[in-house]
Write a protein that binds this ligand. Sequence first.
Ligand code: GLP
Length: 239
Amino acid sequence: MIEVQNYDEMSQKAAGYIIDKVCQYPNIKLGLATGGTPIGTYKNLIADHQKNRTSYRKVTTFNLDEYIGLSGNDKNSYRYFMNEQLFNHIDIDKNNTYVPLGDSKDAEKECLRYEELIEKKGGIDLQILGIGSNGHIGFNEPGTSFYAATQVIQLAPSTREANARFFKHVEDVPTKAITMGISTIMKSKEILLLVSGESKKDAMNKLFNEEISENFPASILKNHPCVTIIADKAAVSGL
Ligand code: GLP
């Protein structure tokens, strides 16, 4: 685990880590996350791209999840988020950026398509992860099977409340999402978990001190051979 002072330092370190990989492996397949945690990391990637011309022309990306019912043009969709926070500002080919389609007619079919797509492209080399305060990764809520592939998930009330800050009203937050499953995430060759702030203190405590359990999805990461955690002081203050 890399312990840092605060959110800004976490973001710089995470971006540096990703940039090194992209320079070393220009064809890298990155798994990307949304939420408040990676925004600073993406800002640093953009700044570096503008300054040092790190190129993403050959990079492929897969996002973890998407709300069901929102099209990519919807300001609250994760596709829109990714375009705004990263893709529009770097030289990546948008055809190589994949986010589950939240407005597909058949969400179950979309899950299969997405899972197969990741496999067909050779899998994810480096997956960036945040963590929900209830231990969710992607949108895999507590109780999700560790064996699940990309799937439709019912969002926990606490997750909808936590994400209501991006919407006008909490009722506007969709009730379901498509998420890479835990098994999809675990197949990534490498994982970079970013954790910042006091609101994640309990989650960090559980991650470090409790047994692996489907009631705390992130706990499965202890079984992954290559995980790096970058966490700030506030997040680790209870350890
Ligand atoms: C969201 C996302 C996750 C994210 C997590 C934490 O609901 N689906 O991918 O890691 O919850 O979000 P934040 O970074 O805003 O705390």
